[in-house]
Design a protein around this ligand. Structure first.
Ligand SMILES: O=C(O)CCC(=O)C(=O)O
Length: 294
């Protein structure tokens, strides 16, 4: 770990370790937010030609080509240099380096649109359930492309749950990508909402229990997520989208140095296997569970 802090205070680092998440305002300049919104408009126009999900665009259930509705843009950093440059900028990486060290690798990226009036919920889960690693220096940075308030489906988290179990995300023996709050002894009223103006970021630990409700408001809530690991956190067998070669794995380095020596710590793990027949996105995987959190 580096000793020099780049941007976070002792309090912010302590809060992340205690609660499993932090929100930091004023990280992304307005000009970059404008560019992100222009890219979203371009991708939305492309979605008008679609009648089914693609590898890049996940559609809302209510989508039609006449009334295009994107639920998620997958791997946005591969679709636009705007999202790729932001991912590699200090706006994103400096606070992550302060939390989990100088050597960082991308796990994945996604842009959850959560559009005004119909944006879909994401049911309760731990990201860790989808991709356990050899240690849990694994987190997600959420870039708020819109103002996020109580009414437009903020990310909801249960503070401190990143220090608890790897909760059961299976239904009838098949990985379902969602968990039961009552079984984990959690009450929705104890969830904290990550809310802040556009240009802020949230950082949540891969083991924190979280989800988000429908956006029933008249204001969009687009949040761009970059999911990042310490370079010495290696994915464990069974996780989704495993790297196929060391070369491909190391091509995901964001900064610092790769390693072939995984750091193995006593973290709780459940393997997300067998995988369900319905694939494509968390929304499709979670459909298997009859118990809906939202
Ligand atoms: O967009 C959100 O609020 C939830 C994000 C999330 O948990 C996910 O996509 O896995």
């Amino acid at each position: 770990m580096q000793t020099e802090r780049e941007c976070l205070t002792d309090e912010q680092i302590a809060a992340y370790r205690r609660d499993g998440y932090i929100v930091i305002e004023n990280r992304v300049p307005d000009a970059v937010l404008d560019q992100c919104h222009k890219e979203i408009a371009r991708l939305r126009a492309e979605a008008a030609t679609l009648t089914a999900h693609t590898d890049q665009i996940d559609l809302e259930e209510s989508h039609t080509p006449d009334n295009p509705r994107i639920r998620r843009i997958k791997l946005p950093h591969t679709l636009s240099p705007v999202f790729a440059e932001l991912m590699k900028s200090d706006a994103i990486l400096a606070p992550v380096r302060d939390l989990i060290g100088p050597d960082l690798r991308l796990h994945t990226s996604k842009l959850n649109m959560k559009s005004a009036g119909f944006g879909a919920p994401v049911d309760w889960h731990q990201d860790w359930a989808f991709y356990p690693h050899t240690n849990d220096d694994v987190l997600a940075v959420g870039v708020f492309l819109d103002d996020v308030g109580p009414e437009n489906g903020p990310l909801l988290v249960f503070p401190g749950t990143h220090r608890r179990d790897a909760f059961d995300h299976h239904v009838d023996g098949v990985f379902a990508g969602t968990m039961s709050l009552p079984k984990a002894g959690l009450d929705p009223k104890d969830a904290a909402a990550a809310m802040a103006p556009a240009g802020s970021i949230s950082i949540h630990h891969a083991r924190i229990v979280h989800g988000s409700d429908f956006n029933r408001s008249d204001r969009d809530r687009a949040v761009l997520f970059y999911e990042i690991t310490a370079a010495d956190a290696f994915p464990i067998f069974g996780a989704m989208s495993p790297p196929r070669t060391l070369e491909g794995f190391d091509a995901l380095m964001l900064c610092g140095e790769p390693t072939i020596e995984p750091r193995v710590t006593p973290v709780p793990v459940r393997i997300p296997q067998p995988q369900p027949a319905t694939q494509g996105s968390i929304y499709e995987i979670q459909k298997q569970s009859a118990a809906k959190g939202f």
